[in-house]
Design a protein around this ligand. Structure first.
Ligand code: RTP
Ligand code: MG
Length: 148
C-alpha cells in the first residue's frame, strides 16, 4: 500500500494545528502508520530540503524548519501521496483554495503549515530520512476494505 511522509511544520505546531491536520487525514480515510513530535537537527533539515540547496530561500527554509518542534508522520492508503498534496493546497497560500490546509490556515509562503512528499521517490526518501523501519506499524482495521 502506498505511503507518504507528512509533517506539521513549526508554525502549525505553534498554532495548535496538529489535531486539526491529523483529523483531516483520518476523516479522509487514510491510516496513520507512524508519528512523532521532534526537533529537526540542522543536518537532517539540509538533507530533507536538499533539492532547494541553490534557491535563494534555502537558508531561511532550513532556519525555519529547525526553529521549533515539528510533527512528523507517515500515512498509508491508495494514492495517498497525490491526495495529500491536494488536501494540503498550493505551496503559496495566495493560490491555495479554501478547504485545503494551506488555504484555510496559512497566509505566507514561508510559513505554510505542512509538508508533504511530492512523488513516490520523495516519499520513500523522506520516510527513510525521518523514520526507522521499526517505528512504522502495520495494522488493519476491522472495517470495510476501502477505508485504509
Ligand atoms: P514542501 O516541500 O514544504 O511540502 O512544500 P512544496 O513541495 O509545496 O514546495 P517546495 O517547492 O518543495 O518548497 C519548499 C518550501 O519552501 C518554501 N518556499 N519559499 N520564498 C519563496 O519563494 C519560497 N518558495 C518556496 C515554502 O515554505 C515551501 O513549502
Ligand atoms: Mg516540496
Amino acid at each position: 500500500m502506498e505511503k507518504t511522509f507528512l509533517m506539521v511544520k513549526p508554525d502549525g505546531v505553534q498554532r495548535n494545528l496538529i489535531g486539526e491536520i491529523v483529523s483531516r487525514f483520518e476523516k479522509k480515510g487514510f491510516q496513520l502508520v507512524g508519528a512523532k513530535l521532534m526537533s529537526i537537527p540542522q543536518e537532517l533539515a539540509e538533507k530533507h530540503y536538499g533539492e532547494h540547496k541553490e534557491r535563494p530561500f534555502f537558508g531561511e527554509l532550513v532556519e525555519f524548519i529547525t526553529s521549533g518542534p515539528v510533527f512528523a508522520m507517515v500515512w498509508e492508503g491508495e494514492n495517498v501521496i497525490a491526495t495529500a498534496r491536494t488536501m494540503m493546497g498550493a505551496t503559496n497560500p495566495k493560490d491555495s483554495l479554501p478547504g485545503t490546509i494551506r488555504g484555510d490556515f496559512a497566509a505566507t509562503v514561508g510559513k505554510n503549515i505542512i509538508h508533504g512528499s511530492d512523488s513516490p521517490e520523495s516519499a520513500e526518501r523522506e520516510i527513510g530520512l525521518f523514520f526507522k523501519e521499526e517505528e512504522l506499524v502495520s495494522y488493519s482495521k476491522l472495517i470495510a476494505e476501502w477505508i485504509y
